[in-house]
Structures are given as structure tokens and as C-alpha cells.
Design a protein around this ligand. Structure first.
Ligand code: PEP
Length: 246
């Protein structure tokens, strides 16, 4: 894919003041030759949207409900996000799978609802260290992606996939470019079996991407950009990663 995509996942970080400063700094650093987005916590989405109006930076959420509406206390629907002009929604992040016991089928249901509201799901897949050590990496990521392929059918071409090895998230331990590329190649071929548009889909790598390792990761043939956690909270670091994707 020619035009790479770099997405910041702020997770449960920030404040009105620090977000405003971060967004102002990012706006002053644009444009980049890649596509750029930031995914903020729910309460800050409205202000993020306002701040980014007229900029080249898109915004997204970090989750949404699989339900359309109703008695689901604490949930946020895809329709609500869409109403605010949301572009992306991260789904199936390993922290949601781990701390909220989200199964593959739920992630697929969320992706379906998100697409119905014209959001682009960024579906995360990735193995734990124990699964990698047991030689199960390929089986795990294929199972996770397969649930979404099964749920979306030919619409699978409209999602973004993020490979995020759980052992590399927030640990400072990055997959080597070769490790990441080999899993991306597996995912690409799985997508090819489901859609003729697999070559145009963005497959992001996430897991301790930093300014100094981004360029070699992004140079891999099946790595179309990155999902960036910690480094997306520092404008200079996020900017350097976006430049590396150019
Ligand atoms: C993430 O949580 O999506 C992530 C990739 O985090 P980090 O970059 O901090 O490892």
C-alpha cells in the first residue's frame, strides 16, 4: 500500500490541557506524507474533533458497543461516534480482550456495527508470549482474524488490521522487522483468500514502535503503518514515527 497509515492510541491517558497541547503541537507539525489519526478516550472525543477540524489528522475511538442502542449502561454506540464525525474505531485491542474478556465473536460483531455506521474498524490481533513460545502465533492471529472475516464477508476489505504481539505492547520489547513481517504475510494471505482487495488493505504493526525502530518496521513489504501507544503521547516522537512512514 503506497500511502501508509499511522494511528495514535492514547489509551486512558491525557487531560483537557495536555490533549490540547498535544493536538496543537501535532497540527503545527503536519502535513505528513502518510495518513495520520489519533484515538482519544471517549470524554475527549468532542474536543479532539473540534481541535482537528480543517487539519489533515483524523480521529477515532478506542472501542464501541456491538449493540445499536438501549439498556447497555456505560457503553458507547457506533452511531454516536459516527454522529460526531469519527473516522476510526480500535476494536479487539489486547487490553480489551484481556481485561474485559472480549471474545473473537464480540470483536466481529463490533466491527459489523462499526461498518454499518461508516466507521473504519482497526481490528487488533496478536499472540501472548506464552502462545508465541508454544509455537501458536500463526494459529492465534488466524483464529482472531477469521472470526472477523466470517462476520463481515466481502466487507472485510473495509477494515484496517493491526498486528500487535501482546508481549511487545508497552514493554519496550518490539518484534523484529522479520518477526512482524512474517505474521503480516500470514494475515495478508488469509485476507487474500477472503477478498480481492487484500493488497489495498492497511495492515498496521503495533508494539513499542518508537522513532528509532519505525523506519525498518515500515520498510517491510506487508507493514502498511503503525498503531502507536506510548510514543503517540509525545508530539516529537509521534511526528518522527509519522515521518518514518513517509
Ligand atoms: C498499543 O497499545 O496499541 C501499543 C502499540 O502500545 P505501545 O506502542 O505503547 O507498545
Amino acid at each position: 500500500m503506497a500511502n501508509k497509515l499511522v494511528v495514535g492510541n492514547w489509551k486512558m491517558n491525557g487531560s483537557r490541557a495536555s490533549n490540547a497541547a498535544l493536538l496543537e503541537a501535532l497540527k503545527s507539525l503536519q502535513p505528513w506524507s502518510c495518513r495520520v489519526a489519533v484515538c482519544a478516550p471517549f470524554p475527549y472525543l468532542g474536543e479532539t474533533a473540534l481541535s482537528l477540524q480543517g487539519s489533515s489528522i483524523a480521529w477515532g475511538a478506542q472501542d464501541c458497543s456491538a449493540q445499536e442502542k438501549g439498556a447497555f449502561t456505560g457503553e458507547v454506540s457506533a452511531g454516536m461516534l459516527s454522529e460526531f464525525g469519527c473516522t476510526y474505531v480500535i476494536l479487539g485491542h489486547s487490553e480489551r480482550r484481556q481485561y474485559h474478556a472480549e471474545p473473537d465473536a464480540l470483536v466481529a460483531d463490533k466491527a459489523k456495527v462499526a461498518l454499518a455506521h461508516r466507521l473504519t474498524p482497526i481490528v487488533c490481533v496478536g499472540e501472548t508470549l506464552a502462545e508465541r513460545d508454544a509455537g501458536q502465533t500463526e494459529a492465534v492471529v488466524k483464529r482472531q482474524l477469521s472470526a472477523v472475516i466470517h462476520g463481515l464477508g466481502h466487507c472485510i476489505s473495509q477494515i484496517v488490521v493491526a498486528y500487535e504481539p501482546v508481549w511487545a505492547i508497552g514493554t519496550g520489547r518490539t518484534a523484529t522487522p522479520e518477526q512482524a513481517q512474517s505474521v503480516h504475510a500470514v494475515l495478508r494471505s488469509q485476507l487474500r483468500a477472503a477478498t480481492q482487495k487484500a493488497g489495498d488493505m492497511a495492515l498496521l504493526y503495533g508494539g513499542s514502535v518508537k522513532a528509532d525502530n519505525a523506519a525498518t518496521l515500515f520498510a517491510q513489504p506487508d507493514i502498511d503503518g503503525g498503531l502507536i501507544g506510548g510514543a503517540s503521547l509525545v508530539a516529537a516522537d509521534f511526528n518522527a514515527i509519522c515521518r518514518a512512514a513517509g
